[in-house]
Design a protein around this ligand. Structure first.
Ligand code: G3H
Length: 251
């Protein structure tokens, strides 16, 4: 399982860089513009410059409306700025067809510019609270639009977590659906170390985290701390080892 960490600024990205050996992907976002809030192109560029070259930089394109042209252009902005994982939150898409339309436009915009960039279609575990597409529709949206990964995050960061909205057995079905279509499965949403056992066992490819590696577990007021990234990775590694030898780790 890969560890994706979401800094909100160049300063936080520098702290991620200090913990680079413990993480896999640096994901640029702007949390004060939403769960998948998009940051400025120059911030993506500066973060690309300070993160070690062997670590991919991801960027969120926003909690996007059902406006395929607008979103495609924003996605191109992210890839031109140096991101090679482009994450789109299908916030304003109320039907799978709308999600496919938006994601097809994004895939074309991104891959025309950079064929090796990965496109991530993200739904929301708490979709029922915001009225967007059902979490289990996301793998099919991703597959039918030519995206590379299906993801879930939470839209409303009020302390509720991924598993509060989509229980582990349903997340496991999400992962199965994604893998069945040849996609990567990414899961996030106030994930804590306690969630790593189930996430590992269900075969999650990427876990996305911010709050759990911020001081005080506070994704807004707290800052990302290298020692918390290291501790999170240590628990991921422990779960992976236990799973590999068939001994369920005690959470
Ligand atoms: O992509 C991952 C998100 O940044 C997760 O943030 P969170 O762990 O604070 O919910």
């Amino acid at each position: 399982m890969l560890l994706l960490i979401s800094p909100d600024s160049v300063e936080e990205a520098l702290d991620c860089a200090k913990a680079a050996e413990h993480l896999d992907i640096v994901d640029v976002k702007k949390p004060d513009e939403g769960s998948l809030g998009a940051n400025f192109p120059w911030v993506i560029r500066e973060i690309r410059d300070v993160v070690p070259a062997d670590k991919p930089v991801s960027a969120t394109v926003g909690d996007v409306p059902y406006k395929p042209g607008t979103v495609a252009q924003a996605a191109l902005g992210a890839v031109v700025s140096g991101a090679t994982y482009i994450k789109v939150g299908l916030y304003g898409c109320t039907t799978p067809d709308q999600g496919i339309e938006v994601m097809r436009a994004v895939v074309r915009a991104v891959k025309d510019h950079r064929p090796d960039a990965l496109v991530v279609a993200s739904g929301y575990a708490d979709a029922h609270r915001i009225g967007c597409v059902n979490p289990l529709a996301v793998p099919d949206i991703a597959a039918r639009s030519g995206a590379d990964a299906a993801m879930l995050d939470t839209a409303i960061k009020d302390g509720t977590r991924l598993f509060d909205h989509v229980p582990p057995e349903v997340c496991a079905e999400f992962v199965r659906l994604a893998h069945g279509s040849g996609l990567l499965a990414a899961l996030a949403g106030s994930v804590t170390q306690a969630d790593l056992g189930p996430l590992t066992r269900m075969g999650t490819d990427i876990v996305g985290v911010r709050g759990a590696v911020c001081e005080g577990g506070d994704r807004n007021a707290g800052r990302i701390r290298p020692r918390l990234v290291a501790a999170f990775r240590a628990e991921m590694d422990r779960q992976a080892r236990e799973y590999a030898v068939g001994v369920p780790a005690v959470n």
